[in-house]
Design a protein around this ligand. Structure first.
Ligand code: NAD
Length: 486
């Protein structure tokens, strides 16, 4: 029996939509979108179901999460096919998503077993303690690029900690980022009403944030949308965890071993067609290595196969849609017209964009992030397979260039001197730093998140999920009623 049975999906009121395979343009499936009345109904049902769920023994919640992790692995071939075909992922990226999604469930199961409070000292004779209580209904809004992982990383811990969840996947990945999870959790024995999948666009997300029963919002997406999500959540006095865009620096110091560095350099910008928040958007390379680095990265880029990841053995698949392709193309073209050298790529057919290396990038970026011209593909988040490279001469200059961005997500440093890299990293504030590795890294046990325009400093993963998806309650207990001056 397959995991997904379209006949079991609820019919929603926001109209029909197609699940499109970006590699071919074929329609893989149709599904319904959520309208405002669906959000309303889902929130009401979730709030009702959550009251009972929060009172269930932790062991029962943990068991559901463990079964969900097992099912994600058991249905790996079917889920992988959806990730590959609906989101344009290569097989390795689908495998990574499935493995990580299962681990997210196991990690969440373990979270349900964790201590949930602290006993406090008190100046009066009473028992005084805090407990973590579920936030209630959690709204999760996820993007298209790693749809399964970026949904489940909030869905799993939120459920494990006694919440109900409304999940709004991007409509471009509604099956692998939404319906897969509802089918997995239904089969894992999650009681009805606790997880609602509501595919839709910005308005559906806004309805979800505004609904009074949704108490916490977990948003992963662009900085522009995150600002509006944060403002709307604030106007409703809700907590919003915002995981946003990036333009991460990948630093190659003068002592780097280029033979060892080229694989990590290429992966940093070309993995999943560069459609990753942690993608290296700026390769900053010591001037003594610069020419060789550009030549070798360009050679590597030219050797990568781009094509249909379901039917061919390729390194890169298609980008998600025409809008994304046009944005990438525009940024590369305007940079090239303004004088940047296209050392590799810069071309496309259909939705297949060649891995691209831009040399002498960012030279006019003195006006800072957001400036255009030659620095466009360097200063802005491209979200495509583009590696802008720029030389630096001193470590101070490297620090200055790395910090010349409004984002603060990831940082990669390649050097033979790890202590020097740690020292350097202290001068470049980001939420994530990887020494002798590239910027695209994720593990469910690690607290993941960005600074500045990359997020609100909130964290997902491991213990951080306790903060994200619970509220703290202070309780005191006295043996007899307290006496006061009147
Ligand atoms: P996007 O912001 O356009 O969309 C993300 C999700 O938000 C989608 O589900 C979308 O429908 C919804 N949405 C859009 N506008 C909204 C609004 N005003 N109110 C409520 N919901 C809204 O993002 P995208 O361009 O599709 O995805 C790529 C972006 O996501 C990149 O900027 C990338 O860096 C970022 N991202 C960040 C992380 C992270 O963990 N920091 C991870 C992956 C992607």
């Amino acid at each position: 029996m397959p995991l997904l049975d379209p006949k079991e999906r609820l019919s929603l009121n926001g109209g029909e939509a197609d699940a499109i395979e970006p590699a071919t343009g074929d329609v893989l499936d149709t599904f319904t979108l959520a309208g405002p009345s669906d959000v309303e109904q889902a929130a009401s049902s979730a709030a009702h179901a959550q009251r009972d769920w929060a009172r269930r023994p932790y062991s029962e919640r943990a068991a559901v999460l463990r079964r969900a992790g097992d099912l994600i692995q058991r249905y790996e071939p079917e889920i992988a096919e959806w990730i590959i075909r609906e989101s344009g992922s290569i097989r390795g990226k689908a495998d990574f998503e499935i493995r990580t999604a299962a681990e997210e469930c196991y990690e969440a199961a373990a979270l349900a077993h964790r201590p949930i409070g602290q006993v406090l000292p008190s100046s009066t004779p009473r028992l005084s303690y805090t407990t973590r209580v579920p936030a209630g209904v959690v709204g999760v809004i996820a993007p298209f690029n790693a749809p399964l992982v970026l949904g489940v990383r909030s869905v799993a811990p939120a459920l494990a900690l006694g919440n109900a969840v409304l999940l709004k996947p991007d409509p471009r990945t509604a099956i692998c980022g939404g319906h897969v999870l509802s089918a997995v959790f239904a089969e894992a024995g999650l009681p009805e009403g606790l997880l609602h999948v509501l595919p839709g666009g910005a308005e559906t997300g806004q309805a979800l944030i505004a609904d009074p029963r949704v108490r916490v919002v977990s948003f992963t997406g662009s900085t522009a949308a995150g600002r509006s999500v944060g403002a709307l959540a604030a106007s409703h006095l809700k907590r919003a965890h915002l995981e946003l865009g990036g333009n991460s620096a990948f630093l190659v110091l003068e002592d780097a071993d280029l033979d060892a560095a080229m694989s990590t350099a290429a992966w940093a910008s070309f993995f999943h067609q560069g459609q990753v928040c942690m993608t290296a958007g700026r390769h900053l390379v010591h001037a003594s290595l610069y020419d060789e680095y550009v030549a070798r990265l360009a050679e590597k880029a030219d050797a990568l196969a781009v094509g249909d990841p379901f039917r061919e053995q390729v390194h890169l698949g298609p980008v998600i849609d025409r809008g994304q392709l046009d944005k990438i193309d525009e940024l590369v073209r305007s940079s090239a017209e303004a004088g940047v050298r296209v050392a590799a790529g810069g071309t496309h057919h259909d939705l297949y964009y060649r891995p691209t290396v831009l040399a002498d990038a960012g030279a006019d970026s003195g006006s800072g992030p957001g400036s255009v011209g030659a620095s466009a593909a360097y200063a802005l988040e491209v979200f495509g397979p583009v590696a802008p490279v720029r030389a630096f001469h001193t470590l101070d200059e490297a620090v200055e260039l790395a910090n010349d961005t409004s984002y603060g997500l990831a940082l990669g440093i390649v050097t033979r001197d790890a202590a020097r890299a740690l020292d350097l990293a202290q001068r470049i504030p980001t939420g994530l730093v990887h020494i002798n590795d590239q910027t695209v890294n994720d593990e469910p046990v690690a607290a993941f998140g960005g600074l500045a325009d990359s997020g609100t400093g909130s964290r997902f993963g491991g213990e951080a999920n306790l903060d994200a998806f619970t509220e703290t309650r202070w309780t005191t207990v006295r043996a007899t009623p307290a006496a006061y001056p009147f």
